[in-house]
Design a protein around this ligand. Structure first.
Ligand code: AVJ
Length: 337
């Protein structure tokens, strides 16, 4: 008894020192993606496929952060430059008293640039499927911006959800940086845009990062970096399967294979089997022919006109487009039509 009482006196680590404000988390309990069933299902197809969202375990997220710094990977750097050059115009376009909803937890420098430029934001609502990332990012932001109302929501933004009420907000604007829209098949991108338009409602806005079509050699290099970080990121999926699904994949018998498919306007990433081999995961056996691939990611690239059409089909009209001088990347402001 005494032992137990003593035990209760142990003071838990004081997180409030780092994260002074406590966030009331709007937890919509997103259905945890069933990694096992989706892996088994994807690897049982005639053309084997794994969803790219599974790249981002702890190691995958670290590798992604390293990719963003690579000399060949122009996307992150260029989007940041566009923001730095035009954030005042962006803030003017969005207008005052916005309820800003970020898809993703907003741990990046881009979020800070935007928040600092905005005119009297009514609230910042970061939305993430990972409770941990979300609360961590919200905590950091509130230390930097003690006067900003931060309302984290744990939800899956590809499914319907509701937002916390913000009295005094004039409009809802979704911020979706990073060209993550490129990872959706065009049909799913359209559906995603429609869902976002419904969420924002009349008068709503969408500030979105969109990677542009360009010289295929530049695209190729961005996904085939000399330091092989992208290769490691791709192959990490097999390590993750081995760890989490009692798998016995031999990652050294698969090769990172990424190329630009000009007909479909997308980068395709695959894991290419370098031998005839079998592997087990999630209690299921899979056979690979030599040269067979697992399709792990699409990253669609758009011309400004193509994205314009996609936005319109999704219920939006493009108000403003900002690009870098070489037109590698764009940040676009759309309003609900
Ligand atoms: C997360 C969509 C920005 O498609 O470029 C980076 C992910 N994949 N390198 C992209 C990724 C390989 C990335 N985005």
């Amino acid at each position: 008894m005494l032992q137990q009482l003593n035990h209760t006196t142990v003071v838990p680590p004081d997180r409030s020192a780092q994260h002074p404000r406590h966030h009331r988390l709007h937890d919509l309990s997103p259905k945890r993606d069933d990694f096992r069933s989706q892996v088994v299902h994807g690897l049982s197809q005639k053309r084997k496929i794994l969803p790219c969202k599974f790249f981002y375990d702890q190691r995958g997220s670290q590798l992604f952060d390293r990719m963003c710094e690579l000399p060949e990977y122009y996307l992150t750097r260029t989007e940041l430059q566009i923001l730095q050059s035009h954030v005042t115009e962006m803030a003017d376009a969005l207008g005052p008293d916005c309820r800003v909803v970020e898809y993703g937890s907003g741990s990046s420098l881009k979020t800070r640039l935007l928040l600092e430029a905005l005119h009297n934001p009514a609230a910042y609502v970061p939305l993430d499927i990972s409770r941990e990332h979300l609360l961590d990012a919200a905590g950091r932001l509130s230390s930097s911006y003690p006067d900003l109302k931060i309302l984290p929501v744990c939800a899956d933004y590809t499914r319907p959800f509701t937002l916390p009420e913000v009295p005094g907000a004039r409009r809802t604007v979704v911020y979706f940086p990073g060209s993550t829209i490129g990872n959706f098949e065009p049909h799913d991108a359209r559906a995603f845009l429609r869902t976002a338009a419904r969420l924002c409602g009349p008068g709503g806005g969408l500030l979105i990062g969109v990677d542009l079509k360009k010289d295929p050699a530049l695209l190729h290099a961005a996904y085939n970096d000399a330091a092989n970080v992208t290769a490691e990121f791709n192959l990490n999926l097999l390590h993750r399967i081995n760890h989490e699904l009692e798998g016995n994949f031999a990652p050294d018998r698969f090769a990172h294979y990424a190329f630009y498919n000009p007909r479909l306007g997308r980068i395709e990433m695959h894991l290419l089997s370098q031998a005839t081999q079998s592997a087990r995961a999630g209690g299921t056996h899979f056979h690979f022919r030599e040269g067979e691939t697992i399709f792990t990611e699409s990253s669609y690239k758009y011309t400004l006109d193509e994205f314009h059409s996609l936005a319109r089909a999704g219920g939006w009209s493009v108000q403003k487009v900002w690009t870098d001088p070489s037109k590698l990347f764009s940040v676009q402001y759309l309003t609900v039509s």
